[in-house]
Structure formats: structure tokens, C-alpha cells
Design a protein around this ligand. Structure first.
Ligand code: ADE
Length: 246
């Protein structure tokens, strides 16, 4: 997958693409990353990228021309334009979920526009953007962090990026929150690892984990539990995703 990010502050993103699992995926060729500085496409002497909003009001709006020039340059340089999906992270977008991460993980090329100030000129949204996504009901000071959150949730699902077993039982993949994890030592500050996890009894461990998943979800996200049970009813499965009779 190729990921292109348009930003006024690409240095915020550089460290992420140069570190850890993403850096390894890029080295292996599973991922290609491209950071584009929107300011490089501003044509006036001051390389202006923002202006006051028509109609008045506080703050500044990111101008259409530098953004359009940056987007056109990415499109014309891209061999896989047909497969490119343009995403604008914004608090006024649709709420991004694990389901979106799974859907986007099969795309060939994702392009992210990082907004700043009050946002970008609406005509860029109208002309170029395929989807507006929000990462939560709160407002960040920039789109860079929101873009990284979406990128991180997406790229780790791509084949070969991380071990597929790690993805199977984690939070949200079965519509429920994940069970608690423990590693050595067996006793830490008087707190002991649950006996069942030391038992070696795989069926019991599975049952215990599944009960903890339901318990945690019921306590902190009852909305997810109701939805998971609804989907499982539809599929005549148990809420933890296993088929009945297994
Ligand atoms: N930009 C600022 N806040 C955001 C949010 N909550 N989601 C996506 N993009 C944003």
C-alpha cells in the first residue's frame, strides 16, 4: 500500500514513518510512504496557505489553490491513481471505526489531507475528497495526529505487517473489548496471575478470556455489547464470534 500525506508540518509525521513497525514495513516494501509539504505549492512571495473565512468569523481557512496544486501533483505522479482514496480527517466527519480500518486496508493508495486552523476550503472537499473521517468526538489542533491514528489502525491490518494471530482476538476485531493480559512474574506487588492462565487448559483459558471480554465490554462499552449480540444473533453465533457447537 502507498500512503501519501499532505501537511503543512510534515516533520510531525516523519518520526512516525521512520520508526518501529512502519519503518520495517517500508524497508520490506510492504508500504510506501510519501510526505508532501503543502507550502511547497504556494506561489506567492510569502508562500501563504491560509486566509480569512468568507462571511467572517474566527480563525483562518486553508486556501484551495496550494492544496489543489499539491493534490494534482500527487495524482499526476501516481501510477495507481485509479486505486487512490482521498481522506480528509475532520471532527465533522463520520466516526472512524475498526470496520473502516479493515475496509481501507485493502486499498492500493490512501491520501490524507491534514487540516489546520478552522479547516480547509470546502471546494477541496467537494472536488477531491472521497471521505471525511473523525477519530472521535473531540477537537484536535491539527489533522496530523488524526491522520496518523487512522494510518496506524489501517496499515497494521495489511498482510505481512504484523503477525495475523495478534489481530484475531484484539479489541474491536470481534466487536468486543479485549481480555486482560499478563506476563511474568507470576506475582507482582501481591497481585497474582489468574490460576486458569497457568493451568495449560486451553479450553478453560478460552472460556475465561471470552467471559472477561464480555464483562469488560458490558462495564465500559455496553453499546458495543448490544451491537455484537445483535450481529451474532443474525449470524446464529455466540457473541465472542465462535460458531455454536464449537
Ligand atoms: N482534526 C481535528 N480534530 C479531529 C478529529 N476529532 N478527528 C479527525 N480529524 C480531526
Amino acid at each position: 500500500m502507498k500512503i501519501t500525506v499532505l501537511s503543512l508540518f510534515p516533520e510531525i509525521l516523519e518520526a512516525y514513518f521512520a520508526s518501529s513497525i512502519m519503518a520495517k514495513a517500508i524497508e520490506r516494501g510492504t508500504m510506501v510512504a510519501e510526505l508532501v509539504n503543502i507550502r511547497d505549492f504556494a506561489t506567492d512571495r510569502h508562500r501563504t496557505c491560509d486566509d480569512a473565512p468568507y462571511g467572517g468569523g474566527p480563525g483562518m481557512v486553508m486556501k484551495a489553490e496550494p492544496l489543489a496544486a499539491a493534490l494534482d501533483s500527487v495524482q499526476s505522479a501516481s501510477a495507481a491513481t485509479e486505486g487512490m482514496r482521498t481522506i480528509y480527517p475532520t471532527p465533522s466527519g463520520r466516526l472512524f471505526t475498526q470496520h473502516d480500518a479493515e475496509r481501507l486496508a485493502v486499498e492500493e493508495h490512501l491520501l490524507f489531507i491534514c487540516g489546520r486552523y478552522e479547516g480547509i476550503d470546502q471546494r477541496i472537499v467537494d472536488l477531491y475528497v472521497d471521505e471525511e473521517l473523525s477519530i472521535g468526538d473531540y477537537v484536535l489542533s491539527s489533522g496530523e495526529i488524526a491522520s496518523l491514528a487512522i494510518i496506524d489502525a489501517v496499515y497494521r491490518l495489511i498482510d505481512g505487517v504484523i503477525r495475523s494471530e495478534s489481530l484475531i482476538e484484539e479489541s474491536h476485531s470481534a466487536g468486543l473489548l479485549e481480555y486482560p493480559h499478563y506476563t511474568r512474574p507470576e506475582v507482582f506487588r501481591g497481585l497474582k496471575v489468574p490460576d486458569v492462565l497457568l493451568s495449560g487448559h486451553h479450553a478453560e483459558i478460552k472460556r475465561w478470556r471470552s467471559a472477561r471480554m464480555r464483562e469488560k465490554t458490558k462495564a465500559v462499552r455496553p453499546d458495543l455489547l448490544a451491537e455484537s449480540e445483535r450481529i451474532c444473533d443474525e449470524r446464529s453465533e455466540e457473541p465472542n464470534g465462535r460458531n455454536q457447537g464449537n
